[in-house]
Design a protein around this ligand. Structure first.
Ligand code: UGA
Length: 440
């Protein structure tokens, strides 16, 4: 019997999962409460930038294996497996994750399902959620329904979402019964045949693996950025330090790039939600180090603003500053909690004349901060600049050489917020170039 799959929520996670499930040969419906999103996806239009995903979406909308709807009724009676991929944003009061979308989607399904079905949580949630949802399902389920629940966290990175979903580093399944495990083994048969490590465990462990991974990655970045603060004060080369550390296989070189710090829709909110959840559990000090991780991270933004001020001889007001990059990382149009955008806004608020250019992020940034000015291309952004800031390491910016800019800028000054430019050629060409972690 072929399996029918629904994916609830069509953001980065859900849209990617739905398209990849169709690529694996399943019949898939993507569900969202936003009719505009559903209409766009149904026409093969991806509402955000993710390399390779648009092609996959169009391929399977055309093949008929992938369709989209806002109608829970249709989905509940059609699919055998329902993946929950809705958002768990930071709550408006800043304390913990907002579980409204997860709870609503599970309740919507539970009331409508008849017969046997499996609900699989993929969203990043506070530990204890799956067990709580079990109760919610029991309270809402029809007497004719047998609904199982599993937790299957997602580890995809933006910019690599398709590759990470098709060939994951590992698969984690939190299950309560052998049937759910067997169904998920069938869903992931291709990855399992390719020897992807499989961890079958309980709900709590599955939920925790996800937040622990993001907390570890955030800590690694803040760890190296804390050393950047030291080298900024006393001297030393943060990149050489990271390279030397990285040769120790127990440490590894990845996620040791000092810079303007981490952002995005995941790492910052996940470390805050983990602290909130552990405090709720009475463990007020246990995740205290994550408050430091957060603070070190936010201090990077201040560092760039102060550096800009110093390099401009304390004359921020009226200074023309070109900001290259506003997304939280390259190959994405996502500006959620973006260090680059935050720095641009801080400089603007301090009175600087800021002109921003990002290959994909201008539109989303302009929606959030319409008062900033946006340039259509790099030359327009850097024209007459007193200072250039490179804040997101797009390939286009990494490849910059002094000759690309020097006819355009007013003064040859650049801050490399991602440590991607080689200092020597810039210095030789008469530029004042300052990198992160550099004593200045
Ligand atoms: C992150 C995790 O890497 C994924 O495994 C996880 O699935 C995802 O969150 C999620 O929870 O959904 P993502 O937010 O796409 O993925 O971005 P990352 O590649 O982790 O980068 C996060 C931030 O850290 C970026 O702002 C990046 O510029 C910054 N970063 C990364 C550094 O400042 N230094 C580094 O060495 C590495």
């Amino acid at each position: 019997m072929s399996m029918k799959i629904s994916v609830i929520g069509t953001g980065y996670l859900g849209a990617t999962h739905a398209a990849c499930m169709a690529e694996l040969g399943f019949e898939v419906i993507g569900v969202d409460v936003d009719p505009a999103k559903i209409e766009a996806l149904s026409e093969g239009k991806l509402p955000f930038h993710e390399p390779g995903l648009g092609e996959l979406l169009r391929k399977h909308v055309a093949s008929g294996r992938l369709r989209f709807t806002t109608d829970y009724e249709e989905v509940a009676s059609w699919a055998d497996v329902h993946f929950i991929g809705v958002g768990t944003p930071q709550r408006a009061d800043g304390h913990g994750a907002d579980m409204r979308f997860v709870d609503a989607s599970v309740a919507e399904l539970a009331t409508r399902i008849r017969g046997t079905a499996l609900i699989v949580g993929k969203s990043t949630v506070p530990v204890g959620t799956a067990r709580r949802l079990r109760g919610l399902i029991a309270a809402n389920a029809h007497t004719d329904a047998q609904i199982s629940l599993a937790w299957n966290p997602e580890f995809l990175r933006e910019g690599f979402a398709v590759a990470d979903t098709m060939s994951p580093d590992r698969l984690v399944l939190g299950v309560e019964d052998a049937t759910s495990e067997a169904i998920l083994r069938r869903v992931y048969a291709q990855a399992l045949e390719a020897d992807t490590p499989l961890i079958v465990t309980d709900f709590e462990t599955a939920e925790l693996v996800k937040v622990a991974a993001n907390a570890f990655l955030a800590t690694k970045i803040s760890f190296i950025n804390s050393f950047a603060e030291v080298t900024e004060t006393i001297g030393g080369d943060i990149t050489v330090l990271a390279d030397a550390l990285g040769h120790d296989a127990r440490i590894g070189r990845k996620f040791l790039n000092a810079g303007v710090g981490f952002g995005g829709g995941c790492l910052p909110k996940d470390i805050r939600a983990l602290q909130a959840r552990t405090s709720e559990l009475g463990l007020t000090h246990t995740m205290g180090f994550l408050a430091e991780v957060d603070e070190i991270n936010l201090r990077r933004r201040e560092r760039v603003v102060r550096l800009a001020q110093t390099m401009l001889n304390d004359k921020l007001v009226g200074a023309r500053i070109a900001v290259l990059g506003v997304t939280f990382k390259p190959d994405s149009d996502d500006v959620r909690d973006s260090p680059a955008l935050d720095i641009a806004v801080r400089l603007f608020n301090a009175g600087a004349d800021v002109l921003v250019y990002d290959p994909k992020g201008n539109k989303n940034a302009a929606e959030r901060f319409p008062r900033l000015q946006y340039a259509d291309d790099l030359p327009e952004a850097v024209k007459d600049a007193d200072l250039v800031l490179l804040l997101t390491e797009w390939a286009e910016f990494k490849a910059l050489v002094p000759a690309d800019l020097e006819e355009l800028v007013a003064t040859k000054r650049i801050i490399d917020g991602r440590n991607v430019l080689d200092r020597a050629p810039w210095r030789d060409a008469g530029w004042e170039i300052v990198r992160m972690g550099q004593h200045y």
